[in-house]
Ligand binder design. Structure first.
Ligand SMILES: [Fe+2]
Ligand SMILES: [Fe+2]
Length: 399
């Protein structure tokens, strides 16, 4: 009898404390007390992959919702609506939202906002909804095949340092940039969703990812820790299902590769859970195809980006990517290769260390070593400027 009374008391306490805070778990069989609309959005939207007349909008909510994007060319009249459907079904009752806007006209300013309506009950024959929250209205534009100009910002090896990303973002605040590339080791050793979202949102807000598309390249540190495999839930990788790929920004071609880990797959700390040898081989196949493809050949500028450098590295370093990719790259007509990983800024002119193109390596996470790169193309003129954390120009090159 005493045990029953205790159980009843515990159950009553759990029920009253959770319903008072409005935090009953959402599931298909239990009605949820609606969340305050101001508490629905977890992050601002962030933009990715502005190509093929489309752009991907991503955001997160605190509660399961039904989400959509409203957009148009008039900020007062967001006439178009897009949401994600899979096999005839709306992707909803979830907290991570990825919507692709399609059939956009190039070089035109679009305005958009993201909206999410809470789903408080999702049953087979009954659904209940809570309030709707919408973000502010933001703008973006996508390049077309005739676009010749761009300004890209590249940062690398931030290693979750908010101080560094905020300092570097401060240096570029007066520049009108079109895209941002985070070249690996930024979301260092992703442990769990909370810490990942915290830093990802911070980076995104610093570079205005709600209006400027962002590319996240995987470094060796994004491959470590419990949440590493789930980063792909938050990122729309250029290659779709793969972390490597290529894209056009107008008449310029960007090729992004993923070097994987920086030690052999057999390293004890990987516990047999890595297979980067075959992954690098797979990319050799991709690279071969890419270099002989029309998009690459016709491009007026070609930029190669990957985290671990192939060239200018100490001879004792483990460099399996060089072994596999150098035979393809030794004659490839890239204007520039951009790398990170060493935490030490370096520039290797074409031909200095078997490299068929200039190689620039960005710095590290500390204020003493951090760098930000500004890669600019105006018609046929491609220029690179590298700044240290004080804004001092370490390099200015025409490529
Ligand atoms: Fe690093
Ligand atoms: Fe690294």
């Amino acid at each position: 009898m005493k045990r029953i009374i205790i159980l009843l008391a515990v159950s009553f306490f759990i029920f009253t404390s959770s319903s008072a805070s409005g935090k009953l778990p959402h599931n298909e069989n239990m009605a949820q007390i609606a969340t305050d609309a101001t508490n629905i959005m977890r992050t601002k939207p962030y933009l990715q992959n502005p190509f093929n007349e489309g752009i991907t909008v991503f955001w997160l909510t605190n509660v399961p919702v039904h989400s959509w994007v409203e957009y148009g060319t008039d900020p007062q009249k967001l006439d178009n609506r897009a949401e994600t459907w899979i096999d005839g079904q709306s992707v909803c009752n979830n907290k991570q939202h990825k919507v692709r806007l399609k059939n956009l006209k190039p070089d035109i300013k679009y305005y958009y906002r993201v909206c999410s309506q809470e789903i408080t009950l999702y049953e087979a024959y009954k659904k209940e909804f809570g309030p709707t929250a919408c973000s502010e209205v933001y703008s973006f534009s996508v390049p077309g095949s005739k676009t010749t100009d761009f300004t890209a910002i590249i940062m690398n090896d931030l290693h979750k340092s908010k101080k560094t990303v905020s300092r570097l973002a401060g240096l570029i605040k007066n520049i009108n940039y079109d895209m941002v590339i985070f070249n690996g080791d930024c979301i260092d050793d992703p442990r769990d969703e909370t810490s990942v979202i915290d830093f990802l949102s911070y980076m995104n807000e610093q570079v205005h990812a709600e209006s400027v598309p962002v590319y996240y390249i995987r470094g060796n540190h994004e491959i470590r820790n419990a949440y590493s495999i789930r980063l792909r839930d938050l990122i729309d990788y250029v290659g779709g299902n793969t972390t490597y790929g290529a894209f056009n920004w107008g008449d310029s071609r960007f090729v992004l590769l993923d070097c994987g880990e920086d030690k052999p797959d057999s390293t004890a700390a990987y516990y047999g859970l890595n297979s980067f040898e075959s992954f690098r081989q797979e990319q050799a196949g991709f690279l071969k195809k890419e270099l002989s493809g029309d998009a690459f050949k016709k491009a007026s500028a070609r930029i190669l980006i990957h985290h671990i450098p192939l060239y200018g590295m100490p001879s004792e370093e483990y460099l399996p990517c060089k072994e596999m990719w150098h035979p393809l790259l030794k004659k490839a007509p890239f204007n520039l290769s951009i790398n990170g990983h060493t935490h030490s800024f370096a520039f290797h002119p074409k031909g200095e260390c078997e490299n068929n193109f200039p190689v620039v390596i960005g710095g590290g996470p500390s204020m003493e070593t951090a760098t930000v790169m500004i890669l600019k193309k105006k018609k046929n003129r491609l220029t690179l400027s590298v700044l240290d954390s004080e804004g001092k120009e370490l390099l200015k090159k025409e490529l």
